[in-house]
Ligand binder design. Structure first.
Ligand code: PHE
Length: 367
């Protein structure tokens, strides 16, 4: 029989050289299988003398044991390697976000719009709309501003020629306020009326707090026995909800609008310091809206009998409210369509405004 040490070394080397489970099984069969080398060697013991049989038999048993151990070790090693390969291939990166972060942002004006609709919606107001390009009747005349009325000058604006008429009075106007929607509501809705009308408005103005296009929201309530007390209560509730405060000091200053009588401007209490404006306390006042009792002439123009019905109306600038609530200093930046600005001041699309769920839950980065 060949030198057993050499045989063993060869066998161990062949076991060590195995690279995968398939190769391992082939080697196992070729060494200790039914027709394997060691098995054959054991079979050949029969031809030896009794003494040699005992001695060589012992050695072969030892060899078989060693080879079996080496095979077992190798098997464990291969199994571990194969597991590692699988783990590397089937890896799941649990740090990946479940859902990609939303890229788009809601513009602060749209956000304020939603907040206002949520608040007045809760009070039972419906949203009404009117066209941006208005006729002079709805924008001026019906609102108690006949041709040549000086108040028209205050709202100096952009006129659009009427192709069917050369008469200036027939030309259209990009609406100077949302108040024409008051008339449109009176013309088209059954009484009582309770609407808000948010939308775009236009005036010939341009500086840090004025842009040629801006946004207003109009409010109109018409019913029997409506008084100034209803107006005050409604607006007081609105500012508290809007600024999310338990109390906001308010005051009404007498004012003039051709379409309301009496007319007032509403101020809210605040504290103005060098770099900050704090709403809700302090000794300063900030004007936020115009309002009043609907003028009898306006009710008449809308086909309503002022002896039977009364109403109140108010109008406020949405952009100004956005500047105030979210601390945005320059109105002009609202309309520059700069995505960096929008990323900073905008709101995530999944942040819905509601009175019960909160007006701005996850807020904009603006706060
Ligand atoms: N339309 C007025 C403006 O543009 C605001 C207003 C609306 C005032 C309704 C009174 C009543 O300034």
């Amino acid at each position: 029989m060949e030198n057993l040490e050499n045989i063993k070394a060869e066998m161990l080397a062949s076991v060590a050289a195995v690279e995968n489970m398939k190769g391992w099984d082939d080697i196992r069969v070729s060494l200790i299988g039914k027709k394997g080398k060691i098995t054959e060697m054991m079979k050949s013991l029969g031809s030896l003398s009794a003494e040699e049989k005992i001695e060589t038999g012992k050695k072969l048993n030892v060899l078989k044991n060693e080879i079996e151990q080496a095979l077992e070790k190798k098997k464990n090693l291969l199994a571990e390697q194969e597991l590692n390969v699988r783990l590397a291939q089937e890896k799941v990166d649990v740090t990946l976000p479940v859902r990609p972060e939303t890229q788009g942002r809601i513009h602060p004006v749209s956000k304020i719009y939603e907040e206002i609709v949520a608040i007045f919606g809760e009070m039972g107001f419906e949203v009404a709309e009117g066209p941006d390009i208005e006729d002079q009747f709805h924008n001026f005349n019906a609102l108690n501003m006949p041709a040549n009325h000086p108040a028209r000058q205050m709202q100096d604006t952009f006129y659009i020629p009427n192709k069917k008429s050369d008469d200036f009075d027939d030309s259209y106007v990009v609406r100077t306020h949302t108040s024409p929607v008051q008339i449109r509501a009176m013309e088209s809705r059954p009484l009582p009326i309770r609407i808000i009308a948010p939308g775009r408005t236009y005036r010939s103005d341009y500086d840090a707090t004025h842009t040629p296009m801006f946004h207003q929201v109009e409010g109109l309530v018409i019913d029997k026995n409506i008084t100034m007390a209803h107006l005050k209560g409604c607006l007081y509730d609105f500012v508290k909800a809007f600024f999310e405060l338990d109390d906001v000091p308010v005051r009404y200053r007498p004012s003039y609008f051709p379409f309301t009588e009496p007319s007032a401007e509403m101020d809210i209490g605040c504290l103005k310091s060098k770099n900050e404006l704090k709403i809700g306390s302090g000794t300063d006042w900030l004007e936020i809206l115009g309002c009043g009792m609907v003028h009898p002439n306006v009710l008449r123009a809308g086909g309503i009998d002022p002896d039977e019905y009364q109403g109140f109306a108010f109008g406020m600038g949405i952009d100004r409210l956005a500047m105030l609530k979210y601390g945005i200093p320059d109105l002009r930046t609202f309309f520059e369509s700069d995505v960096r600005w929008l990323k900073h001041y905008g709101f995530t699309p999944l942040d819905f405004s509601s009175m019960t769920g909160g007006l701005n839950n996850n807020g904009g980065s603006a706060r």
